[in-house]
Ligand binder design. Structure first.
Ligand code: C2E
Ligand code: CA
Ligand code: CA
Length: 750
């Protein structure tokens, strides 16, 4: 898995964890809010009950007040003229049930009498002299209507009072009005009685405009506040105002003295009065509140626990992911990038068009260091190399341990020279490492460098750098080798050839080509040389120069040469069967052939198999062979000649030719190497011509036939004719051609 993928997975995981946590928090908030709401709901219900109770009590009180007044009114209706004393009596009597502060009687449309609880008495009091609130009531009572006022302050006694008025009848006719003012303490007591639920909250009677009318004994939540709608006391003012105006129940919160309380408004049904209950949840229903708090805390605890678990498992996962990343991308020993990560990073770097060189660095005989100094020392050396690289690399440069003792480096460079200098510094720092206190061991480093061109991929650069590095193999010096494309291609071809040669032979990819030779006396076809061509399945052709030297080294030439003899014989047989005269075919024989056991026998077996007279087969041997073991060679030549083969000495003059050899070997034909014809046209051309002429004459004198190779022009032909050569071969006549083309050109057309 790539680092990108891992990171992607990690980020998905992170998102999931965050979402999960958010869900938990949301769930927690929801549950907590739900529980809170439930709690509040219960509280409101209880407060509403309180309000109802108060309302009842209040109504009862008002009824009682009226009842008292009515009784008094009936008493006043006894036919006598109403006296102050009577009123005083009535006032004192009523105090058992009410707290009347004053009492007065106003005859219809006349001035009245007034008494008060402190013993004051007045006669002929003008209606206009009493409190405005009371005046209204009196007028209503004259009309036969009972009514009571809102609260107002009686200045004289500094008391908050309510006034009541009832009509006084005589024979069903209203003769006057009885008024009394009752002190607010009565209503306060009711208020105190009403708030039974928590016993800790506060209850107020307020007007729908928010004005405080009366409050219970325990002051505390308001102090100097007259109206609930002053800033930042009751919250959600608008909503509350509206509800109060519409005589609706409403709940809200209240802030006072840094605390927050629940507040609940219930209409009383009298005037525009409202009961305002102020309390806190924990007061109203302590047991429920405790349960709720416990549940909430438990929930919070679980939430916390889950969260901690998530975080722990997330961290574990992350660290295990990190471990995977480390394992996948870092070399465990040196802690630097491994090859995989390095290659990824290089590919990214290559997107920029900076000049980059990829260097592969190898320690010579590292195995040996491990064996002699121990694995620990070996490991330390590797760590030392990693450190050297670390300290020498720039911000955008990369390095890694490829494997074992091979390190890779991606470097920026200005010039080859500058890069080589940097590499030399690095190599020096590496080899300065001391493996042993007393013993001195020379550490040797080889570097291969490939320079990035155009759109080279990381893979390509890597292969090239390693290839260049391997070219230093076996060299006991610190070396920096720059990659060379030609060398690489040759090596790749060599690899291809070696790994495919057997298969190619089995698949008949080696083809017989024929290069015609011409008799210079008659200008007629004298024969042809068999030349091999390797034609691959894709149609591409590999020339013998590219593989014959290799086959000579690896011995495969023996198999190939026998195969070519077979192919040549098979071709001759085919043509002969078609009725053509056989032609002379020369076949190149590698020197390895002469070291083959039963060489002659095997050749003979082939010609016999195709029923070909060995006379038509000329075996071309190389000049160089004669230098190695002339006696043995001559012995084999004799054997070959004895069974009928012709022998030709190929490439004569190309190496250390010796005329002496000519005389010592029993050969039938001498092939002058094409260098002669080349040099004839050069500086010492004339001398060359003389040498050629002499060689030909010498060969002729020994009864050999002479063949000139490399005839490319008409001049060449004229020249070789002049100097007495017998046969010519070269591009002037034709190129080496496939057998079917050869057949068309030299058989069919004649
Ligand atoms: P070679 O035996 O000297 O073969 C002649 C080479 O010279 C051939 O190259 C031929 O194409 C080339 N040649 C012929 N006339 C001219 C000319 O006018 N101008 C120039 N420039 N070149 C000319 P080829 O076919 O590439 O073969 C190269 C060598 O590979 C041969 O040199 C021979 O040593 C070897 N070879 C070819 N086929 C075989 C084979 O089947 N077995 C063995 N052992 N060696 C072979
Ligand atoms: Ca040849
Ligand atoms: Ca030759």
């Amino acid at each position: 898995m790539s680092e990108k993928n891992l990171k992607k997975r990690l980020s998905i995981l992170t998102t999931v964890v965050i979402l999960l946590s958010l869900c938990l928090v949301a769930g927690g908030t929801f549950v907590s809010k739900y529980l809170g709401d439930l709690e509040k709901e219960t509280m409101y219900q209880s407060l509403e009950n309180d309000a109802r109770k108060y309302k009842n009590d209040l109504e009862k009180q008002i009824d009682a007040d009226f009842q008292t007044l009515r009784t008094l009114a009936a008493f006043l209706n006894s036919g006598q003229r109403i006296q102050v004393d009577t009123l005083i009596k009535g006032l004192s009597k009523s105090s058992e049930y009410t707290q009347f502060v004053r009492m007065g009687f106003f005859e219809v449309n006349k001035n009245g009498l007034r008494v008060d609880y402190q013993g004051g008495k007045e006669e002929f009091v003008e209606l206009e002299a009493i409190f405005k609130e009371a005046q209204e009531l009196v007028k209503k009572a004259w009309n036969g209507e009972e009514s009571f006022s809102k609260f107002y302050i009686d200045n004289q006694f500094q008391k908050n009072v309510i006034a009541y008025a009832v009509p006084v009848y005589e024979d069903d006719v209203v003769i006057g009005a009885l008024v009394a003012t009752n002190e607010d303490t009565v209503y306060k007591n009711i208020l105190d009685n009403a708030k039974s639920t928590s016993g800790k909250g506060h209850t107020y009677l307020i007007s729908s405009e928010g004005k405080f009318l009366i409050e219970d004994q325990q002051k505390g939540d308001k102090e100097d506040i007259d109206n609930i709608f002053i800033t930042n006391y009751v919250q959600q003012v608008k909503k509350v105002e509206e509800a109060l105006a519409n005589k609706e129940y409403i709940s809200s919160t209240l802030k006072y003295g840094g605390y927050e309380y629940e507040v609940f408004f219930s209409p009383v049904g009298v005037h525009d009065w409202y009961i305002m209950n102020v309390d806190s949840v924990e007061n109203v229903n302590p047991s429920m509140h405790t349960t709720m708090t416990v549940i909430q805390q438990m929930f919070l605890f679980i939430l916390l626990l889950v969260f901690v678990l998530i975080v722990i498992s997330y961290r574990l996962l992350r660290s295990s992911n990190q471990k995977i990343i480390d394992q996948a991308y870092y070399d465990p020993l040196t802690k630097i990038y491994n090859s995989t990560r390095f290659q990824q990073a290089v590919s990214e770097r290559l997107n920029s068009n900076k000049r980059y060189a990829l260097v592969s660095l190898n320690i010579l005989k590292f195995k040996f260091i491990n064996q002699v100094y121990g694995k620990i020392q070996g490991d330390l050396l590797l760590c030392h190399i990693a450190n050297v690289l670390k300290s020498n690399m720039g911000k955008y440069e990369l390095y890694c341990r490829e494997n074992a003792d091979i390190f890779l480096v991606l470097m920026e460079y200005d010039s080859y020279k500058q890069l080589h200098e940097r590499l030399e510094t690095i190599m020096q720092e590496i080899v300065d490492y001391s493996l042993h206190k007393h013993r001195k061991h020379e550490i040797i480093v080889h570097c291969g460098v490939s320079y990035r061109k155009h759109d080279d991929t990381c893979d390509k650069l890597l292969n090239r750098a390693i290839f260049a590095m391997k070219q230093a193999k076996g060299n006991h010096q610190n070396l920096i080798i720059d990659y060379d494309e030609d060398v690489h291609q040759a090596s790749q071809l060599q690899n291809y050839i070696e790994s495919h040669m057997q298969q190619a032979l089995d698949d008949e990819e080696f083809k017989l080509y024929l290069h015609p030779k011409f008799d210079l006396h008659t200008d007629k076809l004298q024969g042809a040389e068999a030349l091999v061509r390797w034609i691959r399945k894709d149609g591409s052709m590999i020339f013998p120069d590219q593989f014959i030297p290799l086959f000579e080294q690896n011995g495969f030439c023996v198999e190939l040469d026998f195969y070519m003899v077979k192919k040549a014989c098979a071709q001759l047989r085919e043509w002969m069967n078609q009725g053509y005269e056989p032609i002379m075919i020369s076949i190149n024989q590698s020197k390895l052939m002469f070291y083959q056991k039963d060489y002659v026998k095997k050749l003979l077996a082939i010609v016999n198999a195709y029923d070909i007279d060995p006379y038509y087969i000329t075996l071309e041997i190389l000049e160089g062979l004669s230098l190695e073991e002339p006696t043995k060679l001559n012995d084999i030549i004799l054997q070959l000649k004895e069974v009928g083969f012709r022998i030709s000495m190929d490439d004569f003059g190309s190496g250390y030719s010796s005329l002496h050899i000519l005389s010592s070997l029993q050969i039938d034909e001498l092939k002058l190497d094409r260098v002669f014809l080349k040099e004839v046209h050069g500086e010492n051309g004339y001398q060359q011509e003389i040498i050629m002429k002499n060689i030909i004459q010498l060969a002729k004198s020994m009864g050999m036939m002479t063949v000139a190779e490399g005839v490319e022009t008409m001049d060449d032909e004229i020249l070789i004719k002049e100097i007495g050569c017998d046969v010519g071969q070269g591009y002037y006549y034709n190129r080496p051609i496939p057998v079917d083309v050869f057949y068309q050109e030299y058989f069919q057309n004649q």
